[in-house]
Design a protein around this ligand. Structure first.
Ligand code: AMP
Ligand code: ZN
Length: 486
């Protein structure tokens, strides 16, 4: 290679010299496997995104912080990560299987508007929630299902031409008996899956696990398109197969989702994609366990959900939720309570304080350490976040490490956790108009007490203000108030 070619190679080659070993639990094998990407130094990651008919709840957000932690761990190890997360803006059906009402129609009726404006509103709120949780949304492609109708039709057409589909009055169906190993994800046999499948009233359906690729339009359907099978709309599963293929290619490295998606949605995605391409669709299937509320899955249909906006309204920094998620391993169910969130919030505050001290002591110069190596090894061992957090606390408090070694550990932790550890946020000072009337009155009384040198009274008022949920600090321009997390 001449010198010019060598320089050129150096500036364009994204392959890291040597990527460290990373282990992930693959739902396909049910075991922890070493991660080997299709293309050296590059990881293709697809995550099933939300149906944008209402706000996402914090259970959903657990799934997205999980995929962000995968992406961060891969990036920190030197991979270039290409991320896609679909936005379902076509109404697939309420309920676990293909039955029930169209979600986008439910949203449109609830807000007396169109599916398009519902989709726009809730997509914006969703991406805003991710941003509040410090997910780099500029780094993710968010394809809308309605922008990929052509690709979904083309994929269904291929499946029909290859003999995997049959047409009924209700639409075009995938014949699961034609696909060998149907149900391989989660190790379920065809017989198991059939026994568990919902009995649906679809005349002519050949097998209980068969699923719709293209649904024939009902007269009242708000969203419908032309297709080789008449007017209609795409089935629940085809959008992920089609958009993953269009944006990342026929074979990808990792596909994520909550564990509820594995059995039906992801087995159906595998059937569609692999029947069409004769190739392995996804090398590593990764699923997060549920966020629960009082022992039950947090779910909109059970009505036991909390939104990120509730958390922010109560005065918590949204990153407290991120810290709360990281306290549990992604494959373990996690029970939400406000007390547990408050615990996470105060731990994060303490970590931020500690980080400011270490920034001063180290002058923000970092050095490698055994603690940082241990942290990296834990994150690369199937994202062992609880143990990795434990290592951070233990090492930052220890006398064994120099400030520069501690700073090096904080930098690594920040890259993986996205908790703003090396740049802690400063609490937002509240202006007068943010404060309730009662607090404004107390502040005025405190100023009067101080002016008349009645410091005892001023202190009493300060205690009352703090008891009402505010931090108060006296600055040169007067008292500065911030909200104390509940
Ligand atoms: P959905 O909009 O219901 O398809 O959910 C979007 C994502 O959130 C999927 O990956 C689900 O598996 C996941 N999910 C839904 N509820 C929960 C929960 N309570 N805990 C964790 N993940 C969830
Ligand atoms: Zn999906």
């Amino acid at each position: 290679m001449n010198w010019l070619a060598r320089i050129f190679k150096k500036s364009t080659d994204t392959t890291p010299a040597r990527v460290p070993q990373i282990f992930f639990t693959n739902t396909l094998s049910g075991t922890k496997e070493v991660f080997v990407s299709l293309k050296p130094g590059m990881a293709l990651l697809y995550s099933c995104g939300p149906t944008v008919y209402s706000k996402v709840h914090i259970g959903n957000l657990r799934a997205y912080i999980f995929s962000d932690t995968i992406a961060r761990t891969l990036s920190a190890a030197g991979y270039r990560v290409r991320r896609v997360m679909n936005i379902t803006d076509v109404g697939h059906l309420v309920g676990d299987a293909d039955g029930g009402e169209d979600k986008m129609a439910v949203g449109a009726a609830r807000e007396h508007t169109t599916p398009e404006s519902i989709a726009e509103r809730y997509t914006k709120l969703f991406i805003g929630d991710l941003g509040d949780l410090n997910v780099d949304t500029d780094d993710i492609t968010f394809p809308r299902a309605t922008d990929y109708i052509k690709e979904q039709i083309a994929l269904a057409k291929t499946l029909e031409e290859k003999g995997f589909a049959y047409q009924l009055a209700d639409g075009l169906y995938f014949d699961t008996h034609k696909f060998p190993n149907y149900g391989k994800l989660g190790g379920l046999s065809q017989a198991n899956l059939e026994a568990g499948a919902r009995v649906e009233l679809v005349r002519g359906k050949r097998n209980p696990t068969d699923f719709v690729l293209w649904r024939a339009a009902k007269p009242h359907d708000l969203q419908q398109w032309d297709s080789p099978w008449g007017r209609g709309n795409p089935g629940w599963h085809i959008e992920c197969s089609a958009m993953s293929r269009a944006l990342l290619g026929q074979e990808i490295d990792i596909h994520t989702g909550g564990e509820d998606l594995a059995q039906i949605h992801h087995n159906n995605e595998i059937a569609q994609s692999e029947a069409a391409s004769n190739r392995t669709f996804v090398r590593y299937w990764m699923h997060n366990a549920f966020l629960t509320m009082n022992g039950e899955k947090a779910s909109k249909s059970l009505g036991n959900v909390v939104y990120l906006s509730d958390i922010i309204e109560k005065g918590f920094n949204p990153l407290s939720l991120r810290y709360f998620f990281l306290q549990a391993h992604y494959r373990t169910p996690l029970s939400f309570s406000w007390d547990a969130l408050a615990g996470a919030a105060s731990a994060l505050e303490r970590l931020w304080k500690l980080s400011e001290e270490i920034a001063d002591e180290s002058g923000r110069a970092s050095a490698p350490s055994e603690a940082r190596d241990r942290f990296l090894a834990l994150m690369r061992d199937d994202l062992s976040t609880p143990q990795a957090l434990g290592t951070i606390w233990e090492s930052l408090k220890s006398e064994e490490y120099t400030p520069a070694e501690k700073w090096g550990l904080l930098e690594a932790a920040d890259a993986h956790f996205g908790l703003l550890l090396v740049n802690p946020p400063t609490p937002k000072a509240l202006t007068e108009k943010d404060l309730p009337e009662a607090i404004r009155k107390m502040l005025a009384e405190r100023i009067a007490a101080r002016t008349s040198r009645n410091f005892k009274e001023a202190d009493r008022i300060r205690t009352d203000i703090e008891a009402a949920g505010y931090c108060i600090e006296d600055g040169p321009g007067g008292a500065i108030l911030t909200k104390t997390p509940l």
